[in-house]
Design a protein around this ligand. Structure first.
Ligand code: SAM
Length: 278
């Protein structure tokens, strides 16, 4: 058992980690968060049996520390999410958005297909809620090609999202009628599994928002509860990538705390959370 450094990061070490994190995922750790970051990294020192911050930093940057990067990311970010988080976003999607696409298809201005991207989807609650809203329109969308892409930087999060298996406490967020319609209960493990009708719409992939998504032409992109801790420069980079991935006429659904409302001048504001690419 190695004695783990119980002191704080030195200002120099703190700065090294700040730069490293900013480059890794766009997050800007504020100067006054030295204690918080020290505490979070100290947990990783214990888990890896590395005695000091400097040794840990060197390990993270080495080829041998590649797997540790995942756990480091989990230690510094939050995967908090839920089904139907900010319900009005999904009310819009289920009603006005679908109505509009159906009308466009009727007038011949669109193919019968829908592509939605849940960017930074964490453990999958967001893309599955999107799929559920579309499934609730199954009659209007009969014969349509529907795809929902969920992406996240965290391998831990995306492997959970892919499994589509959620605990009882998490599934309590879903209205009972919808839960029994779209989820299968496994009584022995007290978990609920997403039924194939939703799963087949959803694809989960790893993607860093700081990079451009190789896929584009999305009709709607969700970016929620992730950019709050990004530096202004990183936010701008992410926005450019997101807008590039959107089809003409597509919508961007923005979370309440992203801090990007003044950076969306290239889009037309449709409501407090909704922006359209003209
Ligand atoms: C708080 S969760 C939000 C999940 C979901 N969008 C919601 O609103 O409930 C934030 C997610 O962003 C992910 N994340 C952080 N930095 C990222 C980056 N640079 N690229 C992609 N995902 C990132 C984290 O791994 C985490 O799963």
């Amino acid at each position: 058992m190695v004695a783990v450094d119980s002191s704080q990061l030195t200002p120099k070490e703190f700065q090294q980690f700040q730069t490293f994190i900013l480059k890794l995922c766009g997050i800007s750790v504020p100067d006054n968060k030295i204690t918080l970051l020290s505490n979070r990294i100290r947990r990783r020192l214990r888990a890896t049996n590395i005695p000091d911050f400097d040794g840990y930093f060197k390990f993270l940057k080495s080829a041998a520390g590649k797997d540790e990067l995942e756990d480091f990311l989990s230690a510094i970010t939050t995967n908090e999410t839920s089904f139907f988080r900010t319900e009005k976003h999904f009310d819009w999607l289920r009603t006005e958005f679908v109505e509009m696409l159906v009308n466009q298809a009727k007038t011949g201005t669109r193919q019968r297909s829908i592509r939605i991207w849940s960017a930074a989807c964490s453990t999958g609650e967001e893309p599955y809620t999107i799929a559920l809203c579309l499934a609730e329109n199954q009659h209007k969308l009969a014969g349509w090609k529907i795809s929902v892409l969920g992406t996240d930087i965290s391998e831990h999060a995306i492997s959970k999202a892919r499994a589509g298996l959620f605990g009882e406490d998490i599934c309590n967020e879903i209205p009972e009628k919808l839960r029994s319609k779209y989820f299968l209960k496994h009584a022995e493990s007290n978990t609920w599994e997403v039924k194939p009708v939703l799963k087949q719409m959803v694809t989960i992939k790893r993607h860093n928002l700081m990079e451009r998504n190789p896929e584009s032409g999305f009709d709607c992109v969700f970016i929620r509860n992730v950019l709050i801790y990004f530096s202004r420069e990183s936010k701008q980079q992410v926005i450019d990538h997101l807008v590039h991935s959107m089809a003409k006429g597509a919508y961007l659904v923005v979370g309440p705390s992203e801090g990007i409302f003044d950076m969306l001048g290239m889009l037309t504001k449709r409501s407090t959370f909704l922006y359209q690419k003209e």
